[in-house]
Design a protein around this ligand. Structure first.
Ligand code: NAX
Length: 334
């Protein structure tokens, strides 16, 4: 089988350090798919990528067909089948949102343009670097020849966090849960939603009500503990670990691509994909939604009911995405 070319940007960073080994071992594409890795870094990050490449060599992964390191996006994306855009400009002290968006537009705009020009015809792009939804919008807008539904931003970590918190609250294994959804922006406004979730086929809302002493108590727990805990889990990790989520973010990126490539079956997961107006989200935004894959790409699962509470939360997160998009437009980047 021909090797799949996978480009990882920000490969010398901490997520990259967890991600590369999982990709090379076959966790992402399967034990029968050789992989050629391309690592894109900025000049000051090249040493980190080179160190990771030395360790990749030392692992003697049977599936790893080669590793190339570059600081040139057109070299990194040449013939790429999959691109994981991890490298981004972090928010630093005193930086306003507009500054952050502008700095990242300076990264994701040119990377989108390079993908447009040199990537393989079947390119699929997963944006991890923050602000992920709007970075996906910028990259896609800069790649006019690549269909917008080939881009997605990662909300799988939020999804997995929600599943894990729910499993702990219900004292069940995570595999017994289905139908959790994360809506909106990969930010503190995200809405982890369990209204459609089941535990062993039974509505999660009923199971929570039984466990917590009634439907009102379940709603209070969801609003006051579950939603904020999931939405602010990144800050909790930083407070405890001293640095941001890395292995769990890498794992979520692996799961995102694995499920895209290997199909979700009749289950769904969450990803921020291009809106065509589903669930009232304006056209053209990259907003998290329930998605399934037939192996070619993620599509939004339609037909779920949002109650007033859910609607208000999704609207608030979408308003934030609209504001980010408008700020990027005002900067004249796209
Ligand atoms: P690190 O700072 O450890 O690594 C980032 C790497 O990107 C650095 O090595 C840097 O040199 C490189 N880089 C910067 N600009 C680049 C460019 N133009 N081209 C190529 N490489 C470039 O950050 P890390 O912890 O790995 O996080 C990476 C990104 O993921 C951040 O934006 C972070 O906020 C985001 N996250 C997204 C998550 C998600 O669920 N979507 C969760 C985890 C994480 O917070």
């Amino acid at each position: 089988m021909d090797a799949t070319t996978v480009t990882v940007t920000g490969a010398g960073g901490q997520i990259g350090y967890s991600l590369l080994f999982r990709i090379a071992s076959g966790d992402m594409l399967g034990a029968d798919r050789p992989v050629r890795l391309r690592l894109l870094e900025i000049p000051q990050g090249l040493k980190g990528a080179e160190g990771a490449a030395l360790e990749l060599q030392d692992c003697a992964f049977p599936l790893l067909a080669g590793v190339e390191i570059t600081d040139d996006a057109r070299v990194a994306f040449d013939g790429a089948n999959l691109a994981l855009l991890v490298g981004a400009r972090p928010r630093t002290a005193g930086m306003e949102r507009a500054d952050l968006l502008a700095a990242n537009a300076g990264i994701f705009g040119p990377q989108g343009a390079a993908l447009n020009d040199v990537a393989a015809d079947d390119i699929r792009v997963a944006v991890v670097g923050n602000p992920a939804n709007t970075n996906a919008l910028i990259a896609a807008a800069s790649a006019p020849d690549i269909p917008g539904d080939r881009f997605a931003a990662l909300t799988r970590l939020d999804h997995d966090r929600a599943v894990a918190q729910l499993a702990a609250a219900l004292d069940v294994p995570v595999a017994h849960l289905r139908g959790v959804v994360v809506w909106g922006n990969h930010s503190a406004t995200q809405f982890p939603d369990v209204a459609h979730a089941t535990v062993d086929g039974r509505p999660v809302l009923d199971a929570l009500a039984d466990r917590l002493g009634g439907a009102d108590a379940a709603t209070t727990w969801l609003d006051e503990e579950f939603v904020p805990r999931v939405a602010k889990r990144g800050a909790e990790i930083i407070a405890v670990r001293g640095s941001s989520s890395a292995a769990s973010a890498a794992n979520a990126a692996i799961s995102h691509v694995r499920d895209l490539v290997h199909r979700t079956g009749d289950a769904w997961t969450s990803a921020a994909v291009l809106s065509h107006g589903e669930y009232g989200v304006p056209d053209g935004l990259y907003s998290s939604a329930p998605v399934s894959s037939d192996g070619t790409g993620y599509r939004i699962v339609e037909g779920l009911e949002l109650d007033d509470r859910g609607r208000a939360r999704l609207d608030a997160s979408v308003a934030e995405l609209v504001a980010e998009r408008d700020a990027v437009h005002a900067l004249g980047v796209i």
